[in-house]
Design a protein around this ligand. Structure first.
Ligand SMILES: C[S@@+](CC[C@H](N)C(=O)[O-])C[C@H]1O[C@@H](n2cnc3c(N)ncnc32)[C@H](O)[C@@H]1O
Length: 287
């Protein structure tokens, strides 16, 4: 496949998505947490599920499945209808689903331009959306979300973050992994450090092909086996110009506080998240 069109979610990646596992996908505790929030809202609406309006940024199958389980309609805001359709195959409990085509960074999609307050969303869920958009685009993303969220609504992004100056080398990563007994699946246990360790000094975001370059070097040094490299190759990092950033926790909190009130921060407890993944519950700051 042509390198240029292999870059991001628009082309190709979706076919490899089945090999992506938590924590790059929502973890069981994240889903439980979101479920609780939705159930609370259903109660507020006196059990009337039809009143819940929920928007997913992208087509995250786990979130769609949760909507199916709870019997609520869901809207997916995705620039790729083919991705929405492809990921539908993973959704066991399907609710009524609507795909709203558009790029989060291009403002409100046409079909929502005239949205009234009572048609806006109670929940907007974003899985790693502040990781797969780069920091200089976060304002655009937030401006769009802000206009689509109800006054009392909650934006719940799930985000990988880091501490200021936090870094790790791939050698340190693999040493830690071996000490943990090389737990399986390897992608799950390495994920957080695979992304963090690929950053070069001063880089604001990585291209995920850097992950592959680092893995190949580890393999050459015989620090990972043929089988491990083979398993990680299924993620299709090679040649992929997919941008990924990891914001600093304090900075991302400060950024959110410009437009939102942080109601709650849920630190994903799964051990492989290393306390570096969280869900924010954000309410609109109305001036
Ligand atoms: C599974 S979802 C959520 C993100 C995922 N957790 C990740 O880490 O990439 C990815 C979906 O979001 C869509 N998507 C990615 N960037 C987008 C953007 N800027 N605007 C609209 N949809 C986007 C893709 O087409 C894909 O179907």
């Amino acid at each position: 496949m042509n390198k240029e069109i292999k870059g991001d979610w628009k082309v190709g990646l979706v076919e490899h998505w089945r090999y992506y596992l938590p924590p790059v996908r929502p973890c069981p505790s994240d889903l439980e947490f979101i479920k609780k929030k939705i159930l609370e809202k259903i109660e507020e609406y006196n059990g009337d599920k039809s009143k819940i309006k929920l928007l997913i940024l992208g087509s995250t199958s786990e979130y769609r499945n949760l909507c199916g389980e709870l019997g609520i309609k869901c809207y997916c805001f995705d620039f790729s209808k083919p991705n929405f359709d492809y990921l539908a195959e993973e959704v066991k409990n399907k609710s009524k689903e609507v795909c709203i085509e558009g790029n989060w960074l291009d403002g409100i999609p046409k079909s929502l331009k005239k949205i009234k307050e009572n048609e806006k969303f109670d929940f907007i869920l974003g899985d790693c959306v502040f990781n797969i958009t780069i920091i200089k685009n976060h304002k655009k993303l937030v401006n769009t979300i802000f206009k689509l969220l109800k006054k009392e609504g909650s934006l719940i992004p799930r985000t990988f973050f880091k501490e200021k100056k936090e870094k790790i080398t791939y050698e340190e990563m693999i040493e830690k992994y071996r000490k943990q007994g090389s737990k399986k699946p390897i992608f799950t246990w390495l994920a957080k450090d695979l992304y963090l360790g690929a950053f070069k000094e001063g880089q604001e975001f990585i291209l995920v092909k850097q992950i592959w370059e680092n893995l190949v070097k580890l393999h050459e040094k015989e620090l990972i086996s043929d089988d491990e490299l083979e398993e990680l190759s299924k993620l299709s990092f090679e040649d992929r110009d997919f941008e990924f950033c990891i914001p600093v926790k304090d900075e991302v909190d400060a950024f959110f506080k410009e437009k939102f009130i942080i109601k709650e921060v849920f630190l994903t407890p799964e051990q492989y998240c290393c306390n570096k993944l969280c869900l924010h519950v954000l309410k609109k700051r109305i001036k």
